[in-house]
Write a protein that binds this ligand. Structure first.
Ligand code: ZN
Ligand code: ZN
Length: 292
């Protein structure tokens, strides 16, 4: 069998990707830092398809993009956020997070004609991360496989239920599927992600760093989360802490049971976004159950 295969689920407008080779991928977490393939020093072994900083295969890079060795899609890349072995995006300096987003934009543009470009992140072991060195991924889904990703509504009317930071609006929609999920929406609506401006990149890195920081204070530094960037027009970035385990009902129906009121998350963000003292954030625990 090839590396991956898209299989349609009969009777559903949905698909499965069979990717048995991915079971062979190494699980390098925490302890085995010396074996980390994302650290500086792996340039010759694993040449980049894109980089910011340095030349050729030298070690003077800031962000590097390599092909995923265990792809589940025709184009599947890994965006390495830092040459140093830093585990969490929020621990990078703002200027470095900006470079990461610039790399997202470059790779999004590089593949936009080839299918639906999904940029996503799995942070923490329980969110599917296999290498504990901060990174994101990009996968291109072929056009003949329809991808259904929740759209933003035409008119957003969350009066009093949003939080503005720089060029972005944070919302916790009433239809949140996960506890403490947050949608980051540019105030300049209706654009494709690759149309992001330099000012918006600056703002977005600021928002991401601070939001992930307060979520980490609330859920623990190693808290697992996923994020994705909406691949079509009217983009947004959605962060989903993996604080709960989906149950049988949810797997059967696709209807999620959220045991947390999303308004609690919004209250938390408003209260703590600019909070310096992590101890004060920690006291404000999220109320939800890990199971349904
Ligand atoms: Zn590393
Ligand atoms: Zn850690």
């Amino acid at each position: 069998m090839s590396d991956y295969k898209f299989v349609n689920i009969p009777s559903l407008e949905n698909w499965v990707i069979l990717a048995p080779k991915r079971s062979k991928r190494p699980d390098i977490h925490e302890k085995k830092k010396k074996l980390c393939p994302f650290c500086v020093g792996n340039e010759k072994k694993d040449p980049d398809v894109y980089r910011i900083g340095g030349e050729g295969l030298d070690q003077n890079w800031s962000v590097r993009v390599v092909k995923n060795k265990y792809p589940f899609a025709p184009i599947h890349e890994v965006i390495i956020h830092s040459p140093q072995h830093i585990e969490h995006l929020t621990d990078l300096p703002l200027s470095q997070i900006q470079l990461v987003i610039e790399a997202f934009v470059n790779r999004f543009n590089a593949h936009i004609k080839e299918g639906t470009v999904i940029i996503f992140g799995n942070s923490g072991h329980d969110a599917g991360e296999s290498i504990g060195h901060t990174h994101s991924q990009l996968a291109v889904v072929p056009r003949d496989v329809p991808v259904v990703v929740p759209r933003l509504e035409e008119i957003l009317d969350y009066t009093g239920e949003h939080f503005m930071v720089k060029d972005f609006k944070l919302i916790c929609p009433p239809y949140s599927q996960w506890p403490d999920e947050v949608w980051i929406i540019p105030t300049a609506r209706g654009k494709i992600f690759s149309e992001i401006t330099f000012e918006e990149i600056e703002s977005l890195s600021y928002v991401l760093k601070h939001l992930l920081r307060i979520l980490a204070a609330r859920h623990g530094h190693e808290f697992p989360y996923n994020f994705y960037i909406y691949p079509y027009r009217d983009w947004y970035l959605r962060i989903m802490p993996r604080a709960k385990i989906a149950g049988g009902f949810e797997m059967a129906t696709g209807i999620f049971v959220n045991t947390q009121d999303p308004r609690d998350t919004m209250k938390f963000i408003k209260q703590h976004f600019f909070e310096e003292d992590e101890e004060k954030i920690k006291i404000n625990k999220a109320e939800y159950r890990k199971g349904v």
